[in-house]
Design a binder for this molecule. Structure first.
Ligand code: NAD
Length: 260
């Protein structure tokens, strides 16, 4: 389905980004990985997912908090594969504290990485997508792009912001073959959330398993984590022909969280 296309997934060395990269590679897209930490393992996973289709995988380690590095990554991706057809803005970080205790430098970092980076990648990717009259921009927002939780001011502000950016991107491309949509997961058991599970286990003096149940019980009626694989399938749907006229949605996959 995506043979001959190239997908750039920010923050794809672990978690949701890696799940989406694997799902798109399975459909035949070449992949540009990005993110921190060990790269050989994630690269091997994506190569294995796309092996049947002869998928190629490149990597750029740009820090999504730095505009100049993002520009370098976009040029690198175009140099490797011709152009970026599918842009997945996924890199994100979290910090949990009340507003009066929130370190201003954490606020700036979260807004830069979780929101402003998507403005830069989108503005740099759109010209080639529009010239080809085909493209997909998929923003990994969060259920926190739709509703708020206490202690997460910067994250909730950034995620509401990226849902807004998604809608504007969708309107500006509405008469073209480029679509822009957001995915809004509830809890997904990645490194980002394990830190919050650990904090809960310590706070209540309970086991890892009990802390997971407490976390889910507060917000997610299904009492189940969404998986990176499930989110990868939703991203693949947006890239399929059935997604041609899906524009500007913020699609939650949240076990009923936002339905309450
Ligand atoms: P994760 O920590 O497993 O992965 C984050 C990825 O982003 C990693 O590859 C990391 O190296 C990369 N990254 C972090 N800072 C970066 C930077 N400055 N520049 C480039 N890459 C950077 O987290 P995850 O849970 O997979 O989160 C991915 C996205 O999904 C985030 O935007 C997050 O807000 C969102 N999300 C996560 C959940 C959840 O429950 N885990 C729920 C809703 C939304």
């Amino acid at each position: 389905m995506l043979q001959g296309k190239t997908a750039l997934v920010t923050g794809s060395t672990s978690g949701i980004g890696l799940g989406i990269a694997c799902a798109l590679a399975q459909r035949g897209a070449n992949i540009v990985l990005n993110g921190f930490g060990e790269v050989d393992g994630p690269r091997a996973q994506v190569l294995a997912a796309g092996e049947h289709a002869g998928v190629r995988v490149a990597y750029h380690g740009a820090d999504m908090g730095r505009a100049a590095e993002i520009e370098d990554m976009m040029q690198y991706a175009a140099g490797q594969f011709g152009r970026v057809d599918i842009l997945v803005n996924n890199a994100g970080i979290q910090h949990v504290a009340s507003i009066q205790d929130f370190p201003p430098e954490r606020w700036d970092a979260i807004i830069a990485i979780n929101l402003t980076s998507a403005f830069h990648t989108t503005r740099l990717a759109l010209p080639a997508m529009l010239a080809a009259n085909w493209g997909r921009v998929i923003n990994v927002a969060s259920v926190h792009g739709l509703v708020a939780s206490a202690q997460k001011s910067a994250y909730v502000a950034a995620k509401h912001g990226i849902v807004g950016l998604t809608k504007v991107s969708a309107l500006e491309t509405a008469t073209t073959g480029v679509t822009c949509n957001a995915i809004c997961p509830g809890w997904v058991l990645t490194a980002l959330v394990q830190k919050q599970v650990d904090a809960k286990a310590e706070q209540h003096g309970v086991s890892n398993e009990e802390a997971k149940r407490l976390l889910l019980g507060e917000k997610e009626p299904s009492m189940q984590f969404t998986t990176p694989e499930e989110l990868g399938e939703l991203a693949a749907f947006f890239c399929s022909p059935a997604g041609n006229n899906v524009r500007g949605v913020a699609w939650n996959m949240d076990g009923g969280w936002a339905a309450q």
